[in-house]
Design a binder for this molecule. Structure first.
Ligand SMILES: [Zn+2]
Ligand SMILES: [Zn+2]
Length: 459
């Protein structure tokens, strides 16, 4: 925090000097204007952070550690080790992650921009559960990248590409991809090297493709119909968010509950949508604790021929017709196609984890990175998958133990230094030595008790 207050002081003195010349206060970082703000192609927050790094000619990750993290308070700095910034944790910054608001505050302070919240999903799809909204690693449209480069347009990472349910490029009707075509690696969310926009974060080769190459696969008719409907529904939600503020889903469930109870429509809707009737009851009765994912809601609305915003506004005529008709209107939802498994690639991926050359991911994560379903991997490699799962479990346990050891160490040091000053090391006293909120952790309190007992205090 010392560094931050120093920055403020420098800024204040410079401001005083320049005040007479009517020059507005300088921002610490460039106040880059986000791309396409207020449209479906709006930039993502993590894409913006990457671009800030590139514009300052440093690696985005260096910018994060040297400029953004020092702005976070001590407690948040402690729980966000820098090593996880490039992984899926960073992706949650684009959604309703626990840290999103703090990071936006830090970035707003550094850039003096007040519109950065629009680069996150809550300002698009509202206060829905963040579960499964975002992908684990960025996806992109190789055709868009090449087209932008040819036309001299800026290369950036739209928020749309980060949304899990969007699988096709709205411009090109081709599948988005999430692995480098050269090295097959997924992309880091926050770039750690000085690779440039549009380059692979592992091998630095170009991620774009020209049209009509075999890698630019088009989607099936059913898939395109479904995706086109999604774009329209998302566009409608975004427009409503921009005019009336962050959307709340409470009216959606309330109107649905009232309507279904009046019409006794649960059974018919369960039949049409394929959603279990008990689950539908939970949607409407228990939506405080159980909220369906964005994808499930979109599937439900698609089949019922109604948009989420219409349900939120109580416009339920189409839903009523679906209940009366008892059949769906749209073409069926595309089934998730299980691609033919490239056994050699899968085996290599599993073995690199087992021999420790790759981080200890779980089977589900490995499958996602490879672009298959987890059950396909388990079917073809049952033994390897068991070992991978065990390794992931051990690694999680190890990380937790390491973290707890650090907590105990910090508390013990604080107790000893307070005691050495002739002061009783009460929990209240320790709070001034430790990061905010630290002593609320049960492990920290346990470590405090153990340290007091060691010093001969009776509890
Ligand atoms: Zn495209
Ligand atoms: Zn690559």
């Amino acid at each position: 925090m010392q560094q931050a207050s120093g920055v403020v002081q420098i800024r204040k003195s410079r401001y005083t000097l320049l005040q007479d010349e009517n020059i507005p206060p300088r921002s610490r970082l460039y106040d880059l204007v986000p791309y396409e703000i207020g449209t479906n192609w709006c930039e993502s927050l993590t894409g913006y952070i990457n671009r800030l790094g590139w514009t300052h000619l440093v690696s985005p990750r260096a910018l994060v550690t040297q400029e953004i993290v020092p702005q976070l308070d001590d407690h948040l700095r402690l729980i966000t080790p820098v090593s996880v910034f490039g992984t899926k944790w960073a992706m949650s910054l684009n959604g309703a992650g626990a840290m999103t608001k703090t990071w936006i505050d830090a970035l707003s302070y550094l850039t003096t921009r007040t519109d950065l919240h629009f680069l996150t999903l809550p300002w698009w799809v509202g206060d829905l559960s963040p579960r499964w909204q975002l992908r684990e690693t960025p996806a992109w449209c190789p055709l868009c990248l090449s087209e932008w480069r040819t036309k001299g347009h800026p290369l950036y990472q739209p928020l749309l590409w980060m949304i899990r349910v969007v699988t096709i490029c709205p411009h090109h009707r081709t599948l988005l991809v999430n692995r480098c075509p050269h090295c097959q690696k997924p992309q880091l969310v926050l770039v750690s090297k000085t690779t440039q926009p549009g380059e692979c974060t592992s091998c630095a080769r170009w991620l774009g493709t020209e049209a009509n190459t075999p890698s630019s696969q088009g989607g099936s008719g059913e898939l395109i119909a479904w995706q086109e409907w999604i774009w329209a529904a998302l566009k409608e939600l975004q427009a409503a968010s921009l005019t009336s503020g962050m959307l709340t889903w409470e009216p959606f469930f309330r109107y649905l509950a009232t309507h279904l109870q009046e019409q006794k429509g649960y059974s018919k809707l369960a039949q049409v949508t394929g959603i279990d009737r008990t689950n539908l009851y939970r949607w409407v009765d228990d939506h405080d604790t159980y909220t369906p994912t964005l994808e499930t809601i979109l599937k439900f609305c698609y089949v019922c021929n109604v948009t989420p915003l219409q349900v939120m506004n109580g416009q339920l005529d189409s839903l009523q017709q679906t209940i009366e008709r008892g059949t769906e209107l749209h073409p069926p939802l595309p089934r998730r196609q299980n691609r033919r498994v490239d056994r050699e690639r899968c085996r290599t991926a599993l073995l690199t984890i087992l021999d420790g050359r790759e981080e200890a991911l779980g089977v589900y994560q490995v499958a996602e990175r490879l672009g298959y379903a987890a059950c396909q991997l388990r079917y073809h490699f049952p033994e390897e998958c068991k070992l991978v799962a065990q390794r992931a479990k051990d690694s999680r346990k190890q990380r937790k133990e390491h973290y707890l050891a650090q907590v105990r160490e910090q508390v013990q040091q604080a107790v000893i230094s307070v005691h050495a000053q002739g002061i009783y090391p009460s929990q209240r006293k320790l709070r001034t030595f430790l990061p905010g909120g630290f002593m609320r952790m049960p492990e920290a309190r346990e470590a405090w008790r153990a340290a007091l007992l060691e010093l001969g205090f009776e509890l």
